[in-house]
Design a protein. Sequence first.
Length: 172
Amino acid sequence: MIELLAAGLALAFPALVIAGAVKDVASFTIPNWIPLALAGAFVPAALAAGLPPAALAAHAGLGVGALVLGMVLFAVRAIGGGDGKLMAAAVLWLGWPALPTFLLVTVIAGGALSLGLLALRAPALRVLVLSGPAWFVRLAEPKEGVPYGLAIAAGALAAFPLSPFPTVFGAL
């Protein structure tokens, strides 16, 4: 029974990370409830998965470190506040073994996203975009930012198999 609970809680991670990415792409915001729900689901998921207290503390330390990094990146206007909170909540779940993969994929996805948006915002393509849905037209606005939550979600989903939580699914 505890394995089923752990698997259900572990499913919260990909679901909430994807929800954050979708919301960011559609509105350039990530509501606070998404990283809060991720952080709130972490402890019960970790306990249900059998993470030892030392691993729990290590995950918490990395999450705090990622939050501080997110605050610095927000202060220098490199990312939005929601992006920083989503990043911290993702790192909390992923832990050390998955962290390098998360960072690498997030940076690569962020670069690809930025290049794609530059192309989309070029005058030749932008004309074609104007007949699309409002959220897509907004993505093509030259003065808009980058919905970096999408890159964070890509990194988080790529790194998730390296976290302690997918092993819960194998126990079912």
